[in-house]
Design a protein around this ligand. Structure first.
Ligand SMILES: Cc1ncc(COP(=O)(O)O)c(C=O)c1O
Length: 448
């Protein structure tokens, strides 16, 4: 590493770790042996002491173009000099319209209206609110129930944890939203173990929606929200035909279908959106992360035209939807978003992900048979590898895996309990795919 880089990286070592309450992290363990990142470029992170760490996780499912790409960095710099901020309410700036049009063009069918937010959690809560308000403005205010799914992750707002299905994210936070029900999770190791892509077994689990609808009566149900591929609980691809069945049932009863594409959007499954991969058109798509390749916080909801039109009524000087955020469509985020979408297009990164998927899946499945490996799942450029838990200490082997990968193998992996999750930037080379799984294989053997 050049001397100048080493100096600036060393300056990134903090002298006090106490004040920062680190999110979704065991703070005491982390502060005893922190995993600190100083800078990044393309497929690598660099630690303060100059180690290059291969990014197996696209940051946190977001840096799909790779890190610190010059066009994105330049766009952010230019924008910071030109316009720092414009009020998000009653005023706007040109790039917000440009970015919305570009996103609408990527989304399927008439998913043409884009509402901007700053995080996936806000996007989810916005979509749920739009669903409730939509039924209200059409005189169907009794439709107030929201249906999520077990093992679903929809961020950490009260709406998101209510429809979400991760017990630890819900149990300490009171009664959550009223009127929420959950579909069963789509995963069964018995029927699906070691499947590449969408499993054959499990479409029938969508029939549970009929049962839930019958229990509550369709007239009380506003929306169903699912991740097309559940990422945060270990990469759970949808069974073949499952999403189509959900769509059909929602159509039958006038229920809105929301796809939470916060991690599946922008190429992860080889398409702009998973909706396209599965040929299922939801009423709303939530997005975040990949829209700016993680460079500036940005998120949003893409709604079908009919939803937007339903609100366009009443006196023209009156706000149609009482919802929004100070930083909705922030100029820096819009500039980063436009540069990111250019990179996806110019480098054909979605197509690249699609082309790489078979090689990625083969490389992942080659770990079958290693000690303690209970299941491996892949779809797009994602993989989930379930490890056997240490008796009495669920999550411990997973934690050891992440630590060992980072400190001993110079690889960043993500864990969900004892499941290793992998989702590198979409610029990953075939050699780097081999490197990722070689390193993961060595770690799995070491933590056995
Ligand atoms: C499917 C899904 N929805 C929502 C979120 C929440 O996004 P954020 O952390 O930006 O609030 C995530 C984050 O990983 C996610 O995976």
């Amino acid at each position: 590493m050049p001397q100048a880089d080493r100096r600036s990286a060393t300056a990134a070592v903090p002298n006090d770790l106490e004040s920062f309450w680190v999110p979704f992290t065991p703070n005491r363990a982390f502060k005893r042996a922190p995993r600190l990142i100083a800078r990044a470029k393309d497929m690598h992170y660099f630690t303060a002491d100059g180690r290059a760490v291969l990014d197996g996780t696209a940051g946190l499912w977001c840096c799909n173009t790779g890190h610190n790409r010059d066009p994105i960095v330049a766009a952010i710099k230019r924008q910071a000099e030109e316009l720092d901020y414009a009020p998000a309410f009653q005023f706007a700036h040109a790039k917000s319209f440009e970015l919305a049009s570009r996103i609408a063009a990527l989304a399927p069918a008439d998913l043409d209206r884009v509402f901007f937010c700053n995080s996936g959690s806000e996007a989810v809560d916005s979509a749920l609110k739009i669903a409730l308000a939509y039924h209200n403005v059409r005189g169907q205010g009794a439709r107030s129930r929201l249906i999520g799914r077990e093992r679903g992750y929809h961020g950490v707002g009260f709406g998101g944890i209510s429809v979400g299905g991760i017990v630890a994210n819900r149990k300490l936070f009171g009664t959550l939203l009223a009127g929420v029900d959950h579909l069963p999770a789509t995963y069964s190791r018995e029927h699906q173990a070691f499947t590449k892509g969408e499993p054959d077994w499990g479409a029938h689990l969508a029939d549970e929606l009929e049962r839930i609808v019958a229990l509550h009566d369709p007239s009380t149900i506003a929306a169903v929200i699912v991740e097309p591929m559940a990422g945060s609980t270990g990469v759970l691809p949808p069974p073949k035909g499952y999403l189509q069945k959900l769509r059909a049932t929602c159509d039958k009863y006038g229920i809105l279908l929301i796809f939470d594409e916060v991690i599946t959007g922008f190429g992860r499954l080889g398409y702009a959106f998973a909706a396209e991969r599965y040929g299922v058109i939801p009423d709303m798509i939530t997005f975040a992360k990949g829209v700016t390749s993680g460079a500036v916080p940005m998120a949003g909801v893409i709604a079908r035209d009919g939803l937007y039109q339903a609100f366009m009524r009443g006196p023209e000087h009156v706000v149609e939807l009482f919802h929004g955020y100070t930083y909705s469509a922030h100029p820096l985020a819009c500039a980063a978003g436009l540069a990111t979408l250019d990179l996806y297009r110019d480098e054909k990164l979605f197509e690249r992900a699609k082309a790489l998927e078979p090689k990625w899946a083969d490389a992942a499945m080659a770990l079958k048979g290693l000690p303690g490996v209970l299941d491996i799942r892949t779809v797009g450029i994602t993989a989930g590898i379930d490890l056997a838990s240490r008796p009495g200490s669920p999550g411990l082997r997973g934690y050891e895996t992440m630590e060992r990968a980072f400190h001993n193998e110079d690889l960043m992996v993500r864990i969900a309990g004892d499941t290793i999750e992998l989702m590198p930037p979409l610029i990953v080379s075939e050699a780097q795919i081999g490197e990722i799984f070689d390193k993961v294989g060595r770690v799995i053997k070491a933590v056995n």
